[in-house]
Design a protein around this ligand. Structure first.
Ligand SMILES: [Zn+2]
Length: 221
């Protein structure tokens, strides 16, 4: 099984520089966009797993649950970095884990309705507390206006960077960040192997309600 995280001596400038310079990179959007960032190749066939596990993982890639488990790990990483750094998947079949930049941005809402949950872009100081959706006098201002994560998919990280211009502490911080990305890749692989061992992929029939137009004879009047 392939392991992504490697030890790096955080006292050695040379070791840190070569770790960053030689780390696998991948485009953050498309290859023609030119922006790249630190990444890990998580394509199933490149993970060095037993063929039995490999074929089971291919089957699991069709299930929603598999991605839900994986997204929990990504969410943990993003939250831990205050959404300034985010981990995401890219590539034609989503086989590459890529380090993205982003931020936590205010949604612009200033108040909300405690009855129906409707959000409002204006303060009740300006509009009164009546809710436009449900009509109740139940709106209050947020004590902390809500924020949502935003990703900058076109922004690369450390492209053509001159690491020898960086201070030791800048290098250390970046190395630690990229090591966390590598550890995340390891966790994703371990989780996938665990799921492959603990679950069976089965077919389930389900019916989707559909509408169509039909002719119905008029009742005689
Ligand atoms: Zn309301």
């Amino acid at each position: 099984m392939r392991k992504f995280s490697v030890p790096v001596d955080l006292r050695s400038r040379q070791e840190m520089e070569s770790f960053l310079r030689d780390h696998f990179r991948y485009p953050t959007m498309n290859s023609w966009n030119q922006a790249t960032s630190y990444a890990c190749n998580l394509k199933v066939h490149s993970l060095g797993l037993a063929s039995e596990i490999t074929s089971k993982l291919y089957d699991m890639l069709d299930t929603q649950e598999f991605f839900d488990f994986r997204n929990d790990l990504l969410a943990e990483f993003n939250h831990a970095h205050g959404y300034r750094w985010q981990a995401g998947f890219n590539g034609r079949s989503g086989g590459y884990l890529v380090l993205y930049q982003g931020e936590l941005r205010s949604t612009g809402h200033l108040s909300y309705c405690t009855h129906c949950g409707q959000r409002n872009y204006r303060s009740i100081a300006d509009t009164g507390n009546v809710c436009g959706a449900c009509g109740r006098s139940a709106r209050v201002d947020y004590s902390t206006p809500p924020k949502q994560p935003v990703t900058f998919p076109g922004r690369g990280t450390d492209m053509d960077e001159d690491y020898d211009q960086w201070s030791l502490s800048e290098l250390r911080n970046r190395v630690k960040l990229v090591q966390e990305l590598d550890s995340l890749a390891d966790s994703i692989v371990s989780q996938a192997i665990h799921l492959a061992n603990a679950y069976e992929v089965v077919e389930e029939e389900y019916f989707v309600p559909q509408t169509r137009h039909v002719l119905v004879a008029k009742s005689p009047s």
